[in-house]
Design a protein around this ligand. Structure first.
Ligand code: ADP
Ligand code: AMP
Length: 218
């Protein structure tokens, strides 16, 4: 199963990705997580990416494409993968298609999580993440058992630097101009699976499973 998951910031891509990779046993490749890990480790890539991320903009394609293409060539991706947060521009989608073609394979589906815009800001600003294990919570929609503490490892939850309200608004507008055109791109390829992401987390996942089980082009 070779999948991409699309949707505006805060749509629930990472939340659904965690369930999808468990169900279908494929690696979860999140470009946002890769950049955040590089920032934490102080690598050159992290230093370059940070300024774009802090402003709510996109990291340039030339810094992103190679990382993803190298990653999907690794052995654990030979039977599938889930790309979360990539592609985000038409150039990235074209580069991905070309790389898959060279590997004599192709994507199976592009899952598009659709969420009412007025829910997005609350979802992103209320997001809290565990700095240790990466688990994502929401202060009211999906709270941990004890406020501010990760259920898995007891670490203190943090708010992402780019989840402040002004930055979230910028990220949503960048999504609209640069990433939303990918919906038509994948629709044209007959790969698009639209899912109503304004529902409860578990119901969104049920719809994804159902959609992935059905044939394409409906
Ligand atoms: P994305 O990866 O698309 O930016 P996340 O998966 O990190 O989004 O979700 C953003 C925030 O919204 C998180 O705090 C998450 O717990 C919450 N969330 C995710 N899906 C839902 C949903 N279906 N209903 C309510 N809140 C959700
Ligand atoms: P995410 O974790 O997917 O919300 O991504 C956080 C930030 O990382 C984005 O706002 C971008 O600045 C950057 N980023 C992640 N993936 C990409 C990508 N495919 N292309 C460009 N920038 C990206």
């Amino acid at each position: 199963m070779r999948l991409v998951i699309l949707g505006p910031p805060g749509a629930g891509k990472g939340t659904q990705a965690a369930s999808i990779v468990k169900e279908y046993q494929v690696p979860h490749i999140s470009t946002g997580d890769i950049f955040r890990d590089n920032i934490k480790r102080g690598t050159d890539l992290g230093k370059k990416a940070k300024s774009y991320m802090d402003e709510g903009g996109l990291v340039p394609d030339e810094l992103v494409n190679e990382i993803v293409i190298d990653r999907i060539k690794q052995d654990d991706c030979k039977d599938g993968f889930l790309l979360d947060g990539f592609p985000r521009t038409t150039n990235q989608a074209v580069v991905l298609d070309a790389a898959l073609e060279a590997m004599k394979t192709k994507l199976d589906r592009a899952i598009n999580i659709q969420v009412d815009t007025d829910l997005l800001v609350n979802r992103a600003t209320g997001r809290r993440v565990c700095p240790e294990c990466g688990e994502t919570y929401h202060i009211s929609n999906n709270p941990p058992k004890e406020a501010g503490i990760c259920d898995h490892d007891g670490a203190k939850l943090i708010q992402r630097d780019d989840d402040k309200e002004e930055t979230v608004a910028k990220r949503i507008s960048v999504y609209e101009s640069q990433t939303a055109p990918l919906i038509d791109y994948y629709k044209g390829q007959g790969l698009l699976l639209n899912v109503n992401g304004s529902q409860e987390i578990d119901q969104v996942f049920e719809d994804i499973k159902k959609g992935l089980g059905e044939s394409r082009n409906q």
